[in-house]
Design a protein around this ligand. Structure first.
Ligand SMILES: [Zn+2]
Length: 73
């Protein structure tokens, strides 16, 4: 199984992505967020990793079903 990251867009939507490159890119260079096309907004949004410990099981399950299809660094 691939590891997916639960992220939160600037509008507060939760979704998941398999391609969040947290380890390889310095956060100082690009800022804390990444531009990801949010499946709920349908637009590129600055998104940050969500703190999964703050999410309910329902929120987490919903985010895992909503996978971002497109990624732009
Ligand atoms: Zn959104």
């Amino acid at each position: 199984m691939e590891q997916r990251t639960v992220v939160r867009c600037a509008e507060g939507h939760l979704f998941s992505t398999a391609t969040f490159p947290m380890q390889n890119l310095g956060t100082a260079r690009l800022g804390p967020g990444r531009l990801i096309r949010c499946p709920q907004c349908g637009r590129l949004r600055s998104s940050v990793p969500a703190d999964v410990s703050e999410l309910s099981g329902t929120q987490l399950a919903r985010a895992m079903r909503l996978e971002a299809a497109e990624f732009l660094a």
